[in-house]
Write a protein that binds this ligand. Sequence first.
Ligand SMILES: Nc1ncnc2c1ncn2[C@@H]1O[C@H](COP(=O)(O)OP(=O)(O)O)[C@@H](O)[C@H]1O
Ligand SMILES: NC(=O)OP(=O)(O)O
Length: 316
Amino acid sequence: MAKIVVALGGNALGKSPEEQLKLVKHTAASLVGLVAAGHKVVISHGNGPQVGAINLGMNFAAENGKTAAFPFPECGAMSQGYIGYHLQQSLQNELHRQGIQKDVATVVTQVEVDPSDSAFQNPSKPVGDFYSQADAAKIQAEKGYTFKEDAGRGYRQVVPSPQPKTIVELNSINHLIEAGSLVIAGGGGGVPVVKTTTGLRGVPAVIDKDRSSALLADKIAADQLIILTAVDDVFVNYGQTNQRALRHLSAADAHRYIDDGQFAPGSMLPKIEACLDFVTSGDQRSALITSLDHLDDALAGKVGTLITATAVNATV
Ligand SMILES: Nc1ncnc2c1ncn2[C@@H]1O[C@H](COP(=O)(O)OP(=O)(O)O)[C@@H](O)[C@H]1O
Ligand SMILES: NC(=O)OP(=O)(O)O
């Protein structure tokens, strides 16, 4: 029996509630499969597209005098509730269908960041939808948002993405795991907060959920970190005619490919770095990157990229 953190990608969760619920229902079957096999499972998820959509809607309503302004950290907390709700419901339905008695709970999670993190001066985390270069330039001029090209897929608004330091609700998460619950935590990388003289305060940023998931996996002493995204494997020469799937990546190989610029910053690079942090900071740990659709195949070793500290195979 292993303790596994499964991180679901925000971009892999679809663009609408209907799409998300359909995708989450499908993934719930595989996640409950892990539970049925006796593993302790903690689920985290991204929120880039979702927090961007919520923020856009709230800004529109506020600009038109329909609501008060809702600050960005509040939008992050809403995204945790929205995605957590779909995950909870789908997991509960699937557990019920398979006749498994287990509680499911989402923990609204705050993650402490350093207010002097240089990321606040260099927005890099894509949120919301994709725009053409011309539309992005127009919105940038009108609203002052920053846009950047996202891994060949178009232009997206970017916000600061500071490093996660401490998971505020870690004790509660551990209590729930030990009590046998299936826990959803660290959604959207956690709502970023800083310590002030009067206590914690939310800051407008989006923490990379892969980095937070690696921190969570380390702090709960997990055996494996599984990152589910939109691609079945990590590739070299990604998007080119000669792209090649990497089925097993040792830390040494991963560093070589990073130096070679094989993993796009803001998308695949933080996933690889998070996996490396996790597998190299404890013994017998492994990380797996694959698509939301193919978790079962990846667990059976048919697809996916397995990352280990050394070149030795290490599976759950
Ligand atoms: N070397 C690579 N191999 C595979 N995918 C890559 C690579 N470099 C960039 N990508 C892109 O990274 C994406 C995953 O990052 P992202 O969309 O940010 O993930 P998520 O939102 O699911 O966490 C893939 O769908 C792919 O478009
Ligand atoms: N918070 C975060 O990393 O979201 P994505 O997975 O959508 O990029």
